[in-house]
Design a protein around this ligand. Structure first.
Ligand SMILES: [Zn+2]
Length: 199
């Protein structure tokens, strides 16, 4: 079992530290969920180059070869979920979701609707809503999108490393597989992102 040091870095031979302070935005006070992403970049290095510029990023990056990099402290917040989150109630229950505010939101135009849904959802606590940047860890997997609906499949080494990393994070933050989400389930992203990730 790995440990987490005082800087929020995972201590284990399988984890290589490559921390980018530019992608850390204030403290992460609670971890309620884990969001799994794919980079749509050709290599880990391409993502490191983007992280050097600052802005969006996630806590971990898993290369095609299965190498696990920790790119941000798990005590710090990363911007990986996006600005507008989907409704967990609507995603899970569809028409059985009994939320009058959401029902009203659904009558709006698309642009107004997704903003209204985000406002409504952010007033809820996890797990009534999806995890957000302020209570989740992000894991990126190197992989390109192939077309409008598909990303390339995870390599066998990525699958193995993702399973191992999730197991460590479950232990450290008292989570389980129900707390892990693909990015496009949580916010409005390419539908194929992380589709081949399993846990
Ligand atoms: Zn993503």
């Amino acid at each position: 079992m790995s440990s987490i040091d005082q800087d929020g870095m995972l201590v284990d031979p399988r984890v290589q530290w490559q921390r980018f302070s530019h992608i850390e935005h204030g403290t992460l006070d609670a971890v309620h969920g884990i969001v799994v992403h794919q980079t749509d970049a050709p290599s880990a290095q391409a993502t490191f180059n983007a992280y050097n510029g600052g802005g969006n990023g996630a806590h971990f990056l898993i290369g095609k070869d299965g190498r696990i990099y920790q790119t941000a402290s798990v005590k710090m917040r990363c911007y990986h979920v996006g600005r507008l989150i989907k409704s967990r109630c609507l995603q899970l229950k569809g028409s059985q979701c009994k939320d009058a505010d959401l029902a009203t939101a659904m009558t709006l135009s698309w642009a107004a609707r997704i903003r209204a849904i985000d406002r409504i959802e952010r007033q809820k606590d996890y797990p009534e809503r999806f995890p957000v940047n302020s209570d989740s860890i992000g894991i990126e997997l190197v992989g390109r999108h192939l077309d409008d609906t598909r990303f390339e499949a995870l390599s066998a080494q990525q699958v193995d490393s993702l399973q191992w990393l999730l197991g460590q994070l479950y232990g450290h933050f008292e989570l389980d597989g129900d707390d892990v989400f693909r990015h496009p389930d949580v916010s409005y992203k390419h539908p194929g992102e992380a589709a081949s990730a399993t846990w």
